[in-house]
Structures are given as structure tokens and as C-alpha cells.
Design a protein around this ligand. Structure first.
Ligand code: FES
Length: 120
């Protein structure tokens, strides 16, 4: 089986600053899985415990074989799910993971924390 065009790692450990019981990433993961179950897309989703961006929940990383990895924060499990899926599709469509600025929804443009080159 071929590797997915993108794996979206979602931190499920961050806590909301105002409500310590809320886990924004867990909510985002649930919303992503629900939305993706309705569509047949080349997107894998994996929960992770920490992406070291704990002050900017919810946080995800886009990764793919031979591609730059992007870490994105400040995501909302309700408002950003569709834009996040669009971003992941645009990432998957690239050869190297670098998504053109015009192909980045606002949450991708504003939320980028870092990018890391692929291992060559
Ligand atoms: S606990 Fe979520 S990035 Fe650290």
C-alpha cells in the first residue's frame, strides 16, 4: 500500500488556557476524523502527545515522505476543519511539501510555526 500524500499529526495534549479540562486538539482530531469519514481523501490523521507548541493550541504537523514538514498552531476544532483539510490536500498535491502562498487558507498562513526540510 502506498504511503499517504500527507499525514496530519494532531497534538491531543494541549490544554485550553481558560479551561484546563478542554483539550482543543482532541476536539480537532475528532472533527477531522468525522469530516474525513465522509470523503475519500489521501489524508492520514494521527494523534500525538506533544508537538512542542503548547502555547498555541490546537497544533498539527503536515508530514510526507520526501517533503518539508510544516507545524501549524492556533487552530480551532470547529472553525478550521475544512480549511485544514484543504491545506492538507494542497500539501499532498506537492512534490516537496512546499505549498504556494495562494494555496494556503488563512489558518495555514497565520498559524505556521515552522517548517523542516526532508531528509535527503
Ligand atoms: S501539549 Fe500540544 S504541543 Fe505540547
Amino acid at each position: 500500500m502506498a504511503a499517504p500524500g500527507v499525514t496530519v499529526f494532531v497534538c491531543v495534549s494541549c490544554r485550553d488556557g481558560e479551561d484546563a479540562d478542554l483539550r482543543p486538539g482532541a476536539r480537532l482530531l475528532e472533527a477531522l476524523r468525522a469530516r474525513l469519514s465522509e470523503r475519500n481523501l489521501d489524508i492520514a490523521v494521527e494523534p500525538v502527545d506533544c508537538l512542542a507548541v503548547c502555547k498555541r493550541p490546537a497544533t498539527v504537523a503536515f508530514a510526507g515522505a520526501g517533503k518539508w514538514t510544516y507545524v501549524i498552531g492556533d487552530l480551532d476544532g470547529g472553525a478550521h476543519v475544512d480549511d485544514l483539510i484543504d491545506s492538507a490536500q494542497n500539501f499532498a498535491a506537492t512534490d516537496n511539501g512546499v505549498v504556494a502562498w495562494k494555496d494556503r487558507p488563512a489558518c495555514f498562513k497565520k498559524g505556521v510555526v515552522s517548517r523542516v526540510p526532508p531528509v535527503s
